[in-house]
Design a protein. Structure first.
Length: 309
């Protein structure tokens, strides 16, 4: 595949339109269109859907993943040869879930040596869906709940994030006034609950654990921010599952109470990254691996724990 055509496809995907890619590449939109068309003809595949913004086909995902890997290797080689442009930083896109981002992940990135001059481009996504961004070639690495490696990626276990079922004392007094005289399993399906978004099933998993099949109440609030979610639960909008790093300080201060002292939900976390001999990727992987156990140990994790306890 001609490299100028591959780089042009990548520019179109990153910029979203042919016109925007042309401006970045300093060529005409017609030249961009011709290069992409020639690449599609040489591969015998439709690579782009001409929407606004453009969308990749499955074949396009393969080529874009190759383009990003090529760009990463090219920059690493230039650095080692002393040919890199002065001050040119390395951009490293990573997918990470919101709770890790709000607790242990950012301190992990501070462990990466500054001399590598890495610019992190973080994509917030649910841990069950971060592998999609890897597969599409949008990111080079991801924190994910999947132990199954995406094609062309390596995978290593980080540990777990432990979630506790909590609510504010005021919420308990108003909505769960009959608890603990009445079992929580009889109440959990009808009282307000906070969810991160419509894909967040942690609360439903806990409710099904209690009730042996029924999920949480449909009377729910969606708060798509890790800090905002914790604040919403603390304010009494509903009960919710909080990571221990966020829950424990509020429990100690009396701002939250645990709804069940024995049951938790453990979400296993893995690090997946492209199989590249890249100093930048290797340094980030090492920093993340070093920081993640600190977070999981502070959660009171039992060795080898996973799933629902």
């Amino acid at each position: 595949m001609p490299l100028d055509q591959v780089r042009t496809l990548l520019a179109v995907v990153d910029e979203g339109t042919f016109d925007a890619a042309a401006a970045v590449l300093r060529v005409t939109p017609s030249a961009v269109s011709q290069r992409v068309k020639a690449l599609e003809q040489s591969t015998g595949r439709v690579l782009l859907l001409r929407t606004k913004p453009v969308r990749l086909t499955e074949s396009g995902e393969v080529v874009v993943r190759f383009a990003r890997q090529l760009a990463r290797l090219e920059l690493d080689a230039e650095v080692e040869l002393g040919l890199a442009r002065a001050g040119e930083p390395a951009v490293l896109p990573i997918a990470v879930n919101a709770d890790a981002l709000a607790t242990w992940f950012l301190p992990a990135l501070t462990r990466v040596p500054p001399r590598l001059r890495i610019c992190f481009e973080l994509h917030r996504e649910d841990q069950d869906h971060t592998t999609t961004l890897l597969r599409e070639g949008v990111v080079m690495a991801a924190v994910t709940s999947s132990p199954d490696p995406v094609q062309g990626c390596s995978v290593s276990r980080l540990g777990i994030m432990r979630y506790l079922p909590v609510a504010s004392p005021e919420y308990v007094a108003h909505w769960l006034e009959d608890w603990p005289d009445r079992p929580l399993r009889q109440l959990i399906g009808s009282v307000p609950v906070v969810r991160f978004d419509r894909r967040d099933d942690l609360q439903d998993r806990f409710a099904r654990l209690l009730t042996r099949g029924r999920g949480a109440s449909r009377l729910s609030h969606h708060v798509p921010s890790s800090e905002g979610f914790a604040d919403a639960v603390t304010a009494g909008m509903g009960w919710g599952m909080l990571p221990t790093a966020q829950a424990e300080p509020r429990l100690r201060a009396g701002r939250l109470v645990r709804l069940d002292p024995d049951r938790v939900i453990d979400v296993p976390l893995y690090w997946q990254q492209w199989k590249l001999d890249s100093p930048a990727l290797a340094a980030v992987a090492e920093a993340v691996a070093a920081a993640a156990p600190d977070a999981t140990r502070s959660s009171g994790r039992a060795a080898g724990a996973s799933g629902i306890s």
